[in-house]
Structure formats: C-alpha cells, structure tokens
Design a protein. Structure first.
Length: 241
C-alpha cells in the first residue's frame, strides 16, 4: 500500500547550516506518528518542508503518491493536508464559530455548508459551547483546540500537530488526548510534534526521533523508550527533568 506521506532523503539548508540531513520516513493512513527530539533538532523545520513553507534543498516529498516538493502551502492544503502551529494565532476579533467557518470555506460552496462543517468540527473538539465567544478571550487550552478545529475544518486526510499540548494542565492534556483519538477515529491520519513523553507515548502508533536534523530512531513507543541512542540524545534528559 502506498504511504499517505513519504519523504525520501530530504535535506534543508539555511546558508551553510543543515537543519535537516537526509531524512527519510513515511506516514501510513489512519496512524498517529509521533515526532520527538531535543530543542533545535529540526522538528518544526521538517513540518515546514512537508507542508510547503520551505522547499527541500535536497530530496523529495510525496503525498498520496504524488510529488509535492516545492508546492505552496495553500496548494498542499487543498490536496488534503493541514497543520497547526506552536504559537496559536486565531482571528482574535471573530467568534470561535466564525474562525472555523473561515477555514471551512476551503471545501464549502456556501455559508450554510461552511457553518455545517464548522459545527461538526466544534463538536469533535469540544468547543461547541464556546461557539459565540470572541476568540481573543479564550484561555490557552481552548485556543490550542481552536487551532486544531481550524485545521480540521479544511477536511484534511493528514493533519500535522505542532506541540498542541504545550502549556496545558493535566486535565486539559487528558481532554486533548481524547480529542486526538477521536480525530483518528474519524479516519484522519496524524503526525504530531510533542515534548510531553507521557502524551506522545500514550497516543502514538509509531515514533520517529530527530537529533541535530538527522533521524536517529523510528519504532513503536516501547522500542523508542528502550533505544540507547534515544535515551542518550533525549529521553535521559527528559526523564531526569
């Protein structure tokens, strides 16, 4: 079966600095692939290459079997890939509902259809009770969820989540874990960057580890947890924190 997403020998350079070096992996339909690594490992750069913010300096990116290297982000989004960002930036003067409606217009033919898509997404993300709240007034946990909702409203087959759990308290983390599982249950494939090891180990089917822009390991959560290279590069430091 063709992977949903495939990277082949992808490198990305900024001047003389290699942010990514010869990274290859795939994401299979209906799985959650976790991406971990120390700060500066190249995780967000990798997301930026995958969804078109950066073109790869070398290598190729394929989505649903077609080469997408060099396409602009809006073109890749239209093909069925969405993403969130570490720093959430909702349309602050608009309601939660209108934020999501704005994204839904990627697929919707009219406002009624966009509102129907938005309502479905707000129910999925637990934000329907806040639909009329101006987004500027939302607490961080709900702004993070709104970021996910806006991405889901584009009807993606693959969603890239960039530290969606950062800054959440334990209750919010548990709520967000359930939302992630519900997203997967709706046949949406997920690739997620996350520093919280409890979260990433509990939700991921597979985990890939970056260090200094290179892939150093890939496997099941148990395999990653017990991998000496990963413990030395990242987990030892995290577990001792």
């Amino acid at each position: 079966m063709t992977p949903l997403l495939e990277l082949k020998n992808v490198s990305r350079f900024f001047g003389g600095l290699a942010a990514l070096t010869d990274v290859s992996f795939d994401v299979r339909k209906d799985e959650i692939l976790g991406l971990i690594g120390p700060n500066g490992a190249g995780k967000t750069t990798l997301f930026n290459v995958v969804n078109g913010f950066y073109a790869p300096s070398k290598g190729e990116v394929f989505f649903k079997g077609s080469r997408i290297s060099g396409l602009k982000p809006h073109r890749i989004c239209a093909l069925g890939m969405a993403r969130t960002f570490q720093v959430v930036k909702p349309l602050q003067r608009m309601s939660v509902l209108d934020n999501v409606i704005a994204s839904a217009f990627l697929r919707a033919k009219n406002k009624a259809e966009a509102e129907a898509i938005a309502t479905e997404v707000l129910l999925l993300t637990g934000l329907n009770d806040d639909r009329d709240v101006i987004s500027k007034g939302l607490p961080l946990g709900k702004r993070k969820r709104l970021e996910i909702a806006r991405a889901l409203a584009t009807k993606p087959e693959l969603i890239l989540l960039d530290e969606s759990f950062a800054g959440l308290n334990p209750t919010e983390q548990n709520e967000s874990i359930e939302i992630i599982r519900n997203i997967k249950g709706n046949s949406i494939t997920i690739m997620i960057i996350e520093h919280n090891m409890k979260v990433i180990m509990s939700i991921s089917d597979r985990i890939m580890v970056l260090n200094y822009g290179e892939k150093i390991a890939e496997g099941s959560p148990d395999e990653i947890r017990n991998n000496p290279l990963v413990i030395e590069a990242y987990l030892g430091e995290t577990q001792n924190a």
